[in-house]
Every structure is written in structure tokens, then in C-alpha cells.
Ligand binder design. Structure first.
Ligand code: NDP
Ligand code: KPL
Length: 323
């Protein structure tokens, strides 16, 4: 099994580097200054256990990387970049190519399945940072992440079992699951606070209140839409104490993946795919979702205007919701 890791930033960079170190054939797809840095000096992988530079091959597109029979393509770009990425992929990959959505959110799989027959979802519990070209940081050690996965929309097959085995060989904890989307919907509830922490930070009481609001609203909408969601206790029990955060000298300012989009000033953020999923479901089912709608709108605007994280006080957003 060879891996084409498409969108090799924080998550894809660490995964690709660790698979490469575990002996797998890996090709990264990256872009911009990050691609230039990997090509020039390898990918620097930092973690609480130390740092190493991994000479993993990197390419600028699927056409350059090539996608051969037997390759698995792992999508690790943020959800807003998935449609363009799939478009470039379909030009060179057979429709039978396994496509693995190792991403937050629940919409990437459906986009991929329209174009590719064999799609897999991964529930990504894997705190990771990428703020500097050529450098990725794994926050948890010794296990960097939990990557449970399954076939989309449901089921487990031989490829799912081989993927889990490969991820485990690379140091992750991974289990094939027939109901992976129910786990990903639980993760979505957690990620509804990504935009809150990007906009306001997550330290003050107001930010905590706003995070609770978007999550409670998300739970209500998912339940009303009749969506199967793993319960919070089962999810917590699965995670147990697998992820550990020992001291990490040299760690970047971190924050979640959405905050990193603002820190890097990428111009986009994953809020339409996270909070926007709740807004969409609410609209489909005739329900209100004002907190997720507000947070989504403001996060997209903040990214577009290249505001730094913490620019929008949670108190202001809460006041707007009370109006
Ligand atoms: N970081 C974390 O702690 C966690 C992240 N996740 C999820 O994992 C997914 C990936 O997040 P993360 O790794 O943080 O994101 P990053 O932004 O760090 O990495 C994605 C990379 O993909 C690149 N990219 C996007 N489109 C293309 C393309 N068409 N061709 C080449 N490169 C491309 C981006 O480039 P550019 O920078 O130029 O946009 C970026 O370097 C998201 O769904 C996120 O929510 C899940 C759990 C934890
Ligand atoms: C849970 C969390 C916050 C872990 O980093 C995440 O999924 C993200 O950053 O998107």
C-alpha cells in the first residue's frame, strides 16, 4: 500500500512523515512556500519527544505526484479546499482509487463519493500544528493521534483494515469501525467551538458560554435531523488517556486548526464545513441555528480580512445573539 498524502500541512505532514519513517512508500502533495521548504530540506517533524527531518518526496499536484493502481489517496486539506482538490485528483486517478477523508467535518466523504467509488472516513483525534513552512508539530506523545476509520457511508472492508494496520505501524491508535460517520458527527460537535476559539480565544467565561451555545445548538439540530451520533460518554471512553500532552519546549502558539488558519493568514477557514453543516441541517429541517450561523459568518469574514485570532470578543457575539 503506497500513500499519496494530499494537503500535507499539520495533519498530513505528520502522518506522511511517520508513515515514511515506518517504511511505507509516501508521496506528499503540498503547495506554496511549504512545498518549496520540504523540497529544499525535507519535512521537519517536531514533537514533545524531539525533532527529526524526514526526506519525504513532495509534489505540487496529483498530476506531478502520480496516482498509480495500489495507491491510496489521503485527503488532509481543510474542508474548504476539498472541492478543488478532488477536481485536480479526478483528472489523474482512476474512479476506483481509494480516497480517505482524514479531515474534520462530515461533508468531504459525500463530495469524494460522487467522483470515487471507494471512500473512507477517519475520525481525527490528533492535535497538530503547522505555522512555519517546512515544519509540522505533533502535540501528543508518545501516541500522536487516534485515527479510527471506516468505509463511507458505512462498513469495514479489507482496505479499511489495512489502513488501520498501517496507521498503527506508524505509531497511531486506529480501529476500523462500521459506523465511522456517527463518530465523526460526535467530533463535529466538538469542532463547532473551533471558530469560537479562533475569533475570541477560549479562555474567558464569555467564550466558554459561546462554545457551549454552538455545541448545544449543534446537538439539538443533529437530534432533530435524526442523525446517528455516538454519545459523548462512549466517545470519551474511546479516547480515555491515549492522547498525552507532555511539556513541549519550542512548541508554536498552537490553538486548534481553525485558529491556525488565522495565525497563518491563509484567507480561508473551515467554518462553512463545521458550523455551516449545522446551519445547513437546521435549514433543511426548518429549525433555527443562530449561534452557529453568526459564528460561521464572522469566522469566514475574519479569515477573509486576515484578522489575527482573538479579534472578535465573545461578549460582542453573545450580545448580538441576544438582540
Ligand atoms: N490541526 C489539528 O490539530 C487538527 C486538524 N484536523 C482536521 O484535519 C484537516 C487538516 O487540518 P490541518 O492539517 O490542521 O490543516 P493545514 O492547513 O495545516 O494543512 C492543510 C494543507 O493543505 C494544503 N492544501 C490545500 N489544498 C491544497 C491543494 N489543492 N494542493 C496542495 N496543497 C493543498 C494547505 O495549503 P495552504 O496553507 O496554502 O492553504 C495546507 O498546507 C482539517 O479538516 C482539520 O479540521 C483534525 C484534528 C486536529
Ligand atoms: C480537537 C481539535 C481542536 C484538536 O486539535 C481539532 O480537531 C482541531 O484542531 O480541529
Amino acid at each position: 500500500m503506497a500513500f499519496v498524502i494530499y494537503g500535507a500541512g499539520a495533519i498530513g505532514g505528520i502522518l506522511g512523515a511517520r508513515l515514511h519513517l515506518a517504511g511505507f512508500d509516501v508521496r506528499l502533495i503540498a503547495r506554496g512556500a511549504h512545498l518549496d521548504a520540504i523540497r529544499a530540506g525535507g519535512l521537519r517533524l517536531e514533537s514533545p519527544e524531539g525533532a527529526t527531518t524526514v526526506p519525504v518526496p513532495a509534489y505540487g499536484s496529483p498530476a506531478e505526484a502520480g496516482v498509480e493502481p495500489g495507491d491510496v489517496v489521503v485527503l488532509t486539506m481543510k474542508g474548504q479546499d476539498t472541492p478543488a482538490a478532488l477536481d485536480a485528483l479526478r483528472a489523474v486517478a482512476e474512479p476506483s482509487t481509494p480516497v480517505v477523508c482524514l479531515q474534520n467535518g462530515v461533508a468531504n466523504e459525500r463530495l469524494a463519493l460522487r467522483l470515487f467509488a471507494n471512500v473512507y472516513g477517519v475520525c481525527v483525534m490528533f492535535p497538530a500544528t503547522h505555522l512555519e513552512p517546512g515544519v509540522v508539530q505533533a502535540r501528543s506523545a508518545p501516541v500522536p493521534g487516534i485515527l479510527d476509520l471506516g468505509r463511507y457511508p458505512s462498513g469495514v472492508d479489507e482496505t479499511a483494515r489495512s489502513l488501520a494496520a498501517a496507521f498503527e505501524k506508524a505509531g497511531f491508535v486506529a480501529e476500523p469501525r462500521p459506523d465511522i460517520m456517527a463518530w465523526k458527527y460526535r467530533k463535529l460537535v466538538m469542532n463547532l467551538a473551533n471558530a469560537v476559539s479562533a475569533l475570541s480565544g477560549l479562555d474567558g467565561d464569555d467564550a466558554v458560554r459561546l462554545a457551549e451555545l454552538v455545541r448545544d445548538e449543534g446537538e439539538t439540530v443533529l437530534a432533530a435531523a435524526g442523525i446517528d451520533v455516538v454519545d459523548a460518554e462512549t466517545d470519551e471512553a474511546r479516547r480515555a488517556d491515549i492522547l498525552q500532552m507532555p511539556p513541549f519546549p519550542g512548541r508554536g502558539p498552537g490553538g486548534g486548526s481553525s485558529m491556525q488558519s488565522l495565525l497563518r493568514g491563509t484567507g480561508s477557514i473551515e467554518a462553512d464545513q463545521l458550523n455551516g453543516e449545522i446551519v445547513l441541517l437546521a435549514r433543511l429541517h426548518g429549525l433555527p441555528a443562530p449561534a452557529n450561523e453568526l459564528v460561521r459568518q464572522r469566522a469566514v469574514a475574519a479569515a477573509r480580512d486576515r484578522l489575527p485570532p482573538g479579534s472578535v470578543p465573545a461578549a460582542e457575539l453573545l450580545a448580538e445573539l441576544r438582540r
